[in-house]
Design a protein around this ligand. Structure first.
Ligand SMILES: Cc1ncc(COP(=O)(O)O)c(C=O)c1O
Length: 459
């Protein structure tokens, strides 16, 4: 074990021994080297005469740059756009993103959590958490509706064992609508059942099962959900948080990873507008809450690759060495895989997030997407579609899914593509995902008419 890793481990053990227990072998061994970067940082502060430390080229006191390149970057100097970024991210961006998170999630105020660390998009953050906290054989609890990439990141790369539960509840279409009726939605299921919201009882049961005889469990939660476009209500969020806390109280170390990729794109009044992370932060010493979010969808900058990782755990202060040590381990992860994330992307996102118009601009784009989601609901209310599919409940995000009644999703997807030049995604045997985020409102009726036509021809 490198002495620097030992030092970080001791810091973590002292601050919160349960978080140390959660670390994978790689997580325990990870450290941030005191090499070139530390020497460069010292030189930046003190070498006022000649600084011959950096692996960059300078000219006339500025970063060397080709005019043909700088001509593409109007508004940026070479010193702003081209240097390497700090490994944990641009300090101003980290502070600005924390401020944005606090504004979006008022109940995070006063809770102890780390400053967000910049990652190369959200995927990178998920992968760092997998490296640091997932040992081969560890259980990862996931619903049956997920972004498929989790399998590569956690199962293929890190050997996680997936435990699963049905994402949505279902109940018979009793039509009682009374107190006994659990359904907040009215979608008709394939077998005359009604799909309810998040399946809290199934989640709790799967969590209990996953914890049996185990000292640790990883849980990944993603709302708005890809692929279904469903976000939890506050009551569902409270239920999830209570179940995770109960597991922690029972002596199991819980790594709760909140994937907030589509955060903020909430379209219906019942949806909880704070991140689930805000209900988990600081909740219990054995509960490490991790917020993986990103500018990717929130700032509409998919290819810029700017994401963030934030930690919270119970029993520690906001300035706890726990967060310093975790930041160093994450920095070691970043340094060893990609050295650092794009400076130009960070600068551009920083300027946008700090601009006076940021929240209004974001709200305006959300309104457009909300208009499309409502149009999808209006179109799907037509009972004629009922013979072909049942829509899963949706209230947020980019997507919605239909559960097909008579035809396989892959068969339909191919037919739509070949015969009608319409692209959709088959996410499961009977589930077809439609990204209304990239279809104009006026084309939504036609889109579903075509899908219905193709489904009717096949079934
Ligand atoms: C649920 C979910 N998480 C994470 C990501 C990845 O985000 P990023 O592009 O920032 O890596 C996506 C992208 O599709 C997603 O749907």
């Amino acid at each position: 074990m490198n002495p620097l890793a030992t030092e970080l481990n001791e810091m973590i053990q002292k601050a919160n021994p349960h978080v140390y227990e959660m670390l994978s072998t790689l997580g325990r061994e990870m450290y941030f080297p005191k090499g070139i970067l530390t020497q460069s940082a010292e030189a930046k502060a003190k070498a006022k005469k000649h600084n011959a430390t950096l692996g960059v080229a300078t000219e006339g006191g500025h970063l060397m740059a080709l005019p043909s390149l700088m001509g593409q970057l109007k508004g940026f100097t070479s010193d702003e756009a081209l240097p390497y970024a700090p490994v944990a991210g641009l300090a101003e961006l980290r502070a600005a993103w924390r401020d944005k998170d606090l504004k979006d999630n008022p109940s995070l105020a006063g809770k102890s959590m780390s400053l967000p660390i910049v990652t190369n998009g959200l995927t990178h953050g998920l992968s760092i958490i997998a490296d640091l906290f997932c040992e081969p054989g560890d259980t990862l609890l996931l619903p049956d509706q997920i972004w498929g990439n989790y399998r590569l990141t956690y199962v293929l790369r890190r050997g996680a064992q997936i435990a699963t539960y049905p994402f949505f509840g279902e109940k018979p279409a009793c039509g009682c609508g009374g107190k006994a009726c659990l359904a907040p939605t009215t979608e008709q299921g394939a077998s005359g059942s009604i799909m309810t919201g998040f399946n809290l009882p199934a989640f709790k049961a799967a969590l209990q099962q996953a914890c049996k005889g185990k000292s640790k469990v990883l849980v990944l939660l993603n709302f708005p959900n890809n692929p279904t476009g469903y976000s939890i209500t506050r009551a569902e969020g409270e239920g999830i948080a209570a179940a995770l806390t109960e597991a922690a109280q029972g002596g199991v170390n819980v790594v709760a990873v909140v994937d907030d990729a589509y955060y903020g794109l909430f379209y219906e009044p019942e949806v909880m507008t704070e991140s689930l992370f805000s209900l988990l932060a600081g909740r219990h010493e054995r509960l490490l809450a991790v917020k993986c979010d990103a500018a990717t969808k929130e700032v509409f900058v998919w290819g810029l690759r700017v994401g963030f990782l934030s930690f919270s755990a119970g029993g520690v202060a906001a300035d706890s060495p726990l967060f310093t040590a975790l930041e160093k381990k994450v920095s070691g992860e970043i340094r060893s895989v990609m050295s650092n994330c794009s400076m130009l992307s960070q600068q551009a996102v920083l300027r946008s997030v700090k601009s006076a118009g940021f929240f209004a601009e974001r709200a305006a784009k959300k309104e457009i997407l909300q208009g499309r989601a409502r149009e999808v609901k209006r179109v799907l209310a037509d009972p004629r579609y009922g013979s072909a599919w049942t829509p899963y409940p949706f209230n947020s995000g980019y997507f919605m899914c239909v559960k097909l009644k008579k035809v396989s999703a892959e068969t339909l997807r191919k037919a739509l593509l070949e015969k009608y030049a319409v692209g959709t995604i088959a996410t499961a045997e009977r589930d077809l995902r439609v990204a209304f985020s990239c279809v104009e409102k006026e084309n939504i009726q036609e889109l579903f008419d075509i899908i219905y036509q193709a489904a009717s021809e096949l079934g």
